[in-house]
Design a protein around this ligand. Structure first.
Ligand SMILES: [Fe+2]
Ligand SMILES: [Fe+2]
Length: 253
């Protein structure tokens, strides 16, 4: 079976007045739904699509519904997501899926757990989420378990802080038979192991900020991860747009 991991679309019907110091980035970039088409082959069949947060830029319920149904139609398969720090959390829940959400597709069980919080942009995995995840992971299943959340869980992978309570979640995951952990938030591809499981962060379907000798330049270079699940392995293939478009040079944030 095959599935797609996409992240950080930051979709909006209208970016007017949104994004603070990133407003000129949002105004300059192509529609993320079009960027997504530029990196994916629509003739390819996927069993499901996972979206690791920052789905919309503080979207309305209608915008979450729009992105979800767009993805379901584009890929003709179930779409499961998690909220990010740029999402409107109640609207995400109403228009996309619940913050703690479990769905089984063929031999896979996907568990989406929340790290987004209004209190902290760097993310917090709440005690409530940790116990819900622990309980779910204790359920007996023959399925391969894939975990998704928005914030990165490893400090070493990015300049921004990893989600609060990453250490607690690491213990819970380590004791489980989860086979894969997927995150977003950094807008940069990363691969490592976390809690002794394969761990991937995918790039973004919006923009990427690169620090070039102290100068922050913003590029449009959509990247998504495609995975193939076999009995013996899970193989990841990043799909990247070949042309890098400079959106904003020397961004001050
Ligand atoms: Fe993001
Ligand atoms: Fe984020």
């Amino acid at each position: 079976m095959k599935f797609l991991h996409i992240s950080d679309l930051h979709y909006s019907n209208d970016f007017q007045g949104k994004g603070g110091s990133f407003n000129k980035v949002f105004m300059a970039m192509d529609n993320p739904l079009e960027q997504l088409k530029s990196v994916t082959d629509r003739n390819k069949k996927y069993d499901f699509v996972l979206v690791t947060g920052d789905v919309c830029e503080f979207g309305s319920v209608e915008e979450y519904r729009k992105v979800k149904s767009y993805l379901e139609e584009l890929f003709a398969c179930p779409v499961i997501g998690t909220a990010g720090n740029h999402d409107n959390i109640p609207n995400f829940e109403a228009g996309f899926n619940e913050l703690f959400y479990v769905e089984e597709v063929k031999q896979v069980k996907i568990i989406s757990f929340n790290s987004a919080s209004n209190q902290n942009d760097d993310g917090i995995i709440s005690e409530e989420t940790i116990s819900a995840l622990k309980k779910e992971l204790e359920q007996k299943t023959e399925k391969k378990i894939i975990l998704i959340t928005h914030h990165h869980l490893m400090q070493q992978q990015f300049v921004l802080k990893n989600a609060e309570n990453s250490d607690k979640i690491e213990k819970v995951i380590k004791d489980s038979n989860a086979v894969l952990i997927l995150t977003g938030h950094t807008h940069h591809f990363y691969v490592h192991s976390f809690a002794e499981k394969p761990y991937f962060t995918t790039g973004s379907v919006s923009f990427v900020v690169e620090n070039e000798d102290g100068v922050l330049n913003v590029y449009q270079e959509p990247l998504v991860n495609e995975y193939k699940v076999t009995d013996k392995a899970i193989i990841c293939r990043p799909l990247k747009h070949r042309d890098k478009v400079l959106l904003v040079a020397n961004l001050k944030i």
